[in-house]
Design a protein around this ligand. Sequence first.
Ligand SMILES: Nc1ncnc2c1ncn2[C@@H]1O[C@H](COP(=O)(O)OP(=O)(O)OP(=O)(O)O)[C@@H](O)[C@H]1O
Length: 618
Amino acid sequence: MMEENSFKETEFGNGFDFKTWKKIFSLNKKLFPWLGVLAAFMIAVAVVDGIFPLMTRYAIDSLVPVLSAGNSMDPVWSFVRKYAVLAVTQGLNVFLFILIAGMIEVRVCHRLRYLAFRQLQKLSFSYYDKTPAGWIMSRMTSDAQKLGDTIAWGIVDLVWGGTMMIVIIIFMTAMHPPLAAMTLFFTPILLVATFWFQKKLLAAQRKARKANSLLSGVFNEGLQGARTSKVLNAEDFHKAEFAKQSSTLRRYALRSARISALFMPIVVFLAATGAAVALGAGGTMVLGKTLSFGTLVAFVNYAMMFFDPAREFARVLSEFQAAQASAERLLSLIGTEPEILDRADARDDVDILGSVELKDVSFHYGDGKWIFEHFSLSIPAGQTVAIVGETGCGKSTLVNILCRFYEPISGEVNIDGREYRERTCHWLHSRLGYVLQTPLLFSGTIRENIRYGRLDATDAEIEKAASEANAAHFIEGLEHGYETMVGEGGVLLSTGQKQLISLARALVADPRIMILDEATSSVDTETEVLVQNAVDRLLAGRTSVVIAHRLSTIRNADRIIVMDAGRVIEDGTHDELMSRAGRYRDLYNRQFLDSEAILEAAREEPAPSESAVPSAAS
Ligand SMILES: Nc1ncnc2c1ncn2[C@@H]1O[C@H](COP(=O)(O)OP(=O)(O)OP(=O)(O)O)[C@@H](O)[C@H]1O
């Protein structure tokens, strides 16, 4: 298998890319009306926010003289009513925009995860060879989450910040254009400074996060491998690695703290300068009676308020830029084409008898290292073939090609005399059973796990398959029987129990061709016999290819193929090959008799953890 660290992630650019965002938005077309509603609410929130200083202006200029003159309270009550209406409207706006933005966040995240997961189901095996599981998990979890968050709350802040700045400029200009020009004189500097700081801050934070995750990796390895590193005297190496990552983290964390510390005073200073100008110039006008006192207060308010939307606007733009890497990585996953695709004229509606033939097949995994060159093998329908050979000789690769997880680079794979690419992948996979060496169960009940073999199987069929697979006895002995939860990956069951369930799953599917990658893990003798009987039943009457480790399977096979470096070097029955004194006899004596000896030892002293087949795992 390919090492995970050989995976090279595509480097994505840093600049803002409209195309990427257009694609992300087009994947969420159904949310467009909601995005429009959200934007409308944010415009409303910004307008109402901008009206409050005008209310203060009105109170100072119109109400204070009325109150000072001791006239009626009526205008005050009318003002209070208007103020209350405005406050309630704003409360409602805020309630609704939080609700809608939250809904959009969840739906964007769900949609992107759904699209990525759907694509993952379609992708060929080769994709999983090249792509580490951790990388895929990050795309599905943190990237999808980040995009949901950035799109929903980014629109909130972007529309609010943009509208708020426009509203402030309009209101100021409408009240007093020359004073507006003076107050807003520093605004461009404020905007530039805000953008610059936000960009630097985000970059430092991103580097700090990266250093933090590397440091967690070092922790993890250090803790998990504590025993190994002691044995290997590798403590100093781990200490040095920890010191390196830790000082990188400290450097970036300090940088981000420095930027934050500088940012606030500088930007607040600039905003305050605007307010000071308004106060100085406006104050003079108030003295000269060319400006009302209320208008001056409104100007000072607006000048101080301008800083907030400017900061939000800059922050969101930088966040969109930061989230762009998430968008590009997710799009690269969603847009990956499966390497194995059905041909346009591939048929699905043909019966299968089960004869299999590899004809002149050559294959490599994309690295140019040929695993098979001009390889041929023919298996008549109904025959059981055991494949044996040293590790790395190509047994699993042969099975991978047979199952069409990979296609040959050249040559043909014929099933019932027809090239398998003339059929759909579904045609083959629905008629082919594959029992893995390490049986994988899904979290759920035992019944559900057996039903994975054929989704429309009835309960009676499931129970019949379990009984044929020798699993019924132990299942019925469990407190919840077929409804027993198996835990994630089947952790609540023993190895032997999992093997029996996976055999039942294959039996319920009733495939014409059966591929069996036999388990090497030893189970106790009693289970070994149960598993072997179930395997015999599973293989009977089907074309079967078994990567064989059990002596009993090898002996019972119709034919044994010995492979070496991608070639068939011996082919015959057990007795024929034993009489030839060739590689098979060698292997048999060395490998299979050894495993027989291990089994023999296990018979005398059964391992407690593996002797649990008939026992409960509720
Ligand atoms: N996904 C892969 N990408 C690249 N090379 C691979 C891949 N899988 C297997 N190989 C290489 O192909 C060769 C044959 O491997 P294969 O797994 O088919 O052997 P095997 O006989 O099944 O071995 P084992 O008995 O250990 O399972 C090996 O050299 C292996 O390194």
